[in-house]
Design a protein. Structure first.
Lengths: 199, 149
């Protein structure tokens, strides 16, 4: 039997979990540190998920509010980041189900369509990057949900295969397979655009 | 492992997510197989292209709004709801006791007063401390946040 005290002791080796234990005890400065450390990388994952900056900011804020509201129930069962990204993934799924972000994406796309075309070299690079992103998004849209989310968690959230597995309820082997299939589809779509239709 | 098996392990190989035995087997295969080396290069290029996509990061405005909203959310429920709920319960019990005391007559009246006080004893004894508890906790929190800014 693994008692809570032992888990808490183990958390001392995970500085994030240690901070979260301090938040649980009412330390507000520890919460600020957790936000400052993790909100940026989390935004990377959420933003690729929603593709809408305004919605991503709402989600990242909601995720940290949920973390704070749940502070007294926090138990060191896994890495803090596993807990954080599990909350974030569920919040993103909920947002998708509500369909709110799709409306906002449409309005954002309309706004971007009015932007003037790129003139200089750096703007040209930006445009190229944007096209790559659009192709990537198009390919990701065609993937099964688990493949897509596993890919985003690992590539944009910086999670390991094991952590992505814990977040999604998949084995390491299943995550490995999902990552291969997603990367293979992206390879064909990005490097061989003529085969994109087969993705 | 044949070439197809190797191909399906290449992404995990590049991510350093394989056990040492599988990794060694793949490296041995790559030494002798030009086709699989070409596959490895294609997946490397794919991951590099994905890695070049800009991470959005946080804007200073978002950080400011987050901590402002957090402060607001912290202040609202404990300062308004819980003390008022307790105050409401305490006032209701107090008013009931007052009514029972002021209305003259029946001998059973005092027994009813005692029963009301007994049933709300905790409220009468601890009301002051309980009603200020959240305020005191939040005051410390706000002070700590202010000190940091």
């Amino acid at each position: 039997v693994f008692h809570q005290d032992e888990r808490d002791h183990e958390a001392m080796t995970d500085s994030d979990a240690e901070l979260m234990l301090r938040v649980r005890e009412g330390d507000q400065a520890a919460f600020r540190k957790l936000f400052t450390s993790h909100a940026g990388p989390l935004m990377g994952f959420v933003d690729r998920f929603t593709r809408n900056r305004a919605v991503s900011e709402e989600i990242v804020q909601e995720v940290f509010f949920k973390v704070y509201r749940a502070r007294k129930k926090y138990q060191v069962k896994a890495k803090f980041t596993t807990w954080l990204y599990t909350i974030a993934t569920r919040t993103c799924y909920n947002e998708l189900r509500r369909g709110v972000h799709k409306r906002k994406v449409a309005s954002l796309d309309q706004r971007e369509a009015r932007e003037p075309p790129a003139r200089d070299a750096s703007a040209q690079e930006q445009l190229e990057g944007k096209r790559t992103q659009e192709r990537l998004d198009h390919i990701l849209d065609g993937l099964p949900e688990n493949q897509r989310t596993a890919f985003l968690l690992v590539r944009f959230g910086g999670r390991s295969y094991s952590e992505a597995g814990e977040i999604l309820g998949l084995t390491h082997s299943a995550v490995k397979s999902a990552l291969f299939r997603a990367t293979d589809a992206i390879r064909r779509g990005l490097l061989d655009p003529q085969t994109e239709g087969s993705v | 492992m044949n070439c197809q098996d190797i191909k399906e392990e290449l992404v995990a190989y590049l991510d350093d997510e394989l056990d040492p035995d599988t990794r060694a087997e793949i490296e041995a295969h790559l030494e002798s197989c030009a086709a699989c080396r070409a596959e490895r290069e294609a997946y490397t290029a794919t991951l590099q292209a994905v890695g070049k996509l800009a991470a959005p990061g946080l804007t200073p405005d978002f950080k400011r709004r987050f901590f402002r909203d957090f402060d607001d959310a912290q202040r609202r429920p404990p300062w308004i709801l819980r003390p008022l709920t307790l105050a409401g319960a305490g006032l209701a019990a107090g008013a009931l006791v007052l009514v029972l005391l002021l209305v003259p007559g029946q001998p059973a009246r005092q027994a009813k007063v005692d029963a009301v006080i007994a049933s709300h004893l905790e409220l009468f004894e601890d009301y002051e401390a309980i009603s200020n508890l959240d305020v005191l906790e939040d005051f410390e929190f706000i002070q700590a946040m202010d000190d940091e800014v």
